[in-house]
Design a binder for this molecule. Structure first.
Ligand code: ADP
Ligand code: GN1
Ligand code: MG
Length: 372
């Protein structure tokens, strides 16, 4: 895609940030479903330097300012932790916001779009599909460390950038509403999938019951830990940087572990149409448990540890519900690139839920056998 075909004028946007050098090019980047992400190349005295520039989707994040305030606080805290540990290469180990010319961390353009700019983390990449247990281990370790480093984030509580984001009961009720409204007359085509959800309604009550007993503490969590939201270093394979911080807010540790399982245990793309290929990979689950507990094991309480394997089923179910509800509502939330893509995404999630359920016993055994 050449620059003139881009939806936005990235040269103009880049000029609002304190970036030295001459604009060279901009191209859409990554495979996120929400924001518009661009890799922008700048010529700095003869060398190409890249930046990530993103337009925050303000239909999804109704208060982009709150998103940016959270990210500022979280990255500042993480930077202090890395400095205290005297870690090397700190600017590759956390997201670094590039300020605007007037010293803010985001820019609002004339059309009301909110933009931010990050240093580009080079020689590392995020993977849509996990290819080895080592990758699963590293991704889980990085997210575990992220939770651990944020455990002592000073008050006040972070903003809830999307209220009820992981409230499974709320998501279930949204699906019921989408079925009832059936705006696109699609319900008839996904009867089986709707039935699948209705038959599992009880799942959404499990964590509220434990929370009511005070057994699942609120923590600072990432809330969007799909595996392509962590960068693995090219040379060492180490999980070096957690990215996509828009949904960092108060939550349950289990949300993060569950979403990791949803993506890292799945052997196919999220929207695979050949469901025969979709089944949970136990060796990846085992690696996720080891990686996550190697960092988070010391602060998790017994009830959290006990729920790790159910987290895989529940979060996969919840996100399947969201895809299905969006398909019924007319694909207003998740970006799609072809008709029916959200229904395909939902089907993959439901197939994974069944697969997790079938292997629940051995998943629990893995959790119990893993030292923390
Ligand atoms: P979305 O919310 O749309 O998922 P992300 O923040 O996850 O957006 O960014 C999309 C992709 O861009 C990521 O999966 C990653 O590959 C890449 N990316 C994001 N931030 C950086 C960065 N600072 N350095 C290098 N790549 C990045
Ligand atoms: C979205 O932004 P991205 O693509 O990393 C979504 C997640 C879903 C995920 C499903 C803010 O994540 O909640 O789990 O798609 N993010 C938001 O792939 O809704
Ligand atoms: Mg992302």
């Amino acid at each position: 895609m050449n620059e003139r075909e881009l939806k936005h004028d990235l040269r103009l946007v880049a000029a609002q940030f304190a970036i030295l050098g001459d604009f060279r090019s901009a191209a859409p980047y990554g495979s996120g479903h929400i924001n518009d992400t661009y890799a922008v190349e700048i010529d700095q005295s003869g060398s190409p330097v890249r930046y990530i520039i993103q337009r925050i989707n303000h239909q999804v994040f109704k208060n982009p300012q709150a998103v940016m305030q959270n990210i500022e606080r979280v990255t500042r805290h993480l930077r202090q932790k890395l400095r205290a540990r005297a870690e090397e290469g700190i600017s590759r180990r956390l997201l670094t916001l590039v300020p605007t010319l007037d010293g803010r961390t985001w820019h609002v353009d004339s059309a009301g779009n909110h933009w931010r700019c990050y240093l580009f983390i080079e020689k590392a990449r995020s993977h849509d599909l996990v290819e080895s247990p080592r990758q699963a281990y590293e991704a889980a370790r990085a997210f575990g460390r992220f939770q651990k480093d944020l455990a002592d984030l000073p008050a006040p509580r972070l903003h809830e950038t999307i209220p009820n984001f992981h409230n499974a009961r709320f998501r279930f009720d949204q699906l019921l509403q989408a079925v009832q409204e059936d705006r696109q007359n699609r319900a008839i085509t996904v009867k089986e999938e709707i039935g699948f959800c209705l038959s599992r309604e009880k799942m959404v009550e499990v964590w509220p019951a434990l929370q009511a007993q005070g057994l699942l503490p609120e923590r600072v969590t990432h809330n969007d830990t799909k595996v392509n939201n962590v960068m693995l270093e090219d040379t060492t394979g180490e999980g070096i940087c957690v990215i996509d911080l828009d949904t960092v807010m108060p939550g349950l540790a289990l949300y993060d572990f569950g979403d990791l399982c949803r993506t890292a245990c799945c052997p196919t793309a999220e929207d695979e149409r050949d469901l025969a290929k979709v089944a949970m990979r136990q060796e990846m689950f085992e690696a996720l448990v080891r990686g996550y507990l190697s960092a988070a094991g010391e602060f998790l309480c017994p009830a959290e540890k006990e729920q790790l394997s159910f987290a895989a089923s529940l979060i996969t179910f919840e996100i399947g519900i969201r895809f299905l509800a969006d398909h019924l509502a007319g694909d207003c939330y998740f970006k799609i690139h072809r008709a029916g893509q959200n229904a395909d995404r939902a089907r993959v999630q439901f197939k994974m839920v069944e697969s997790f359920e079938r292997q629940a016993e051995s998943m629990n055994a893995i959790v119990h056998q893993t030292p923390s």
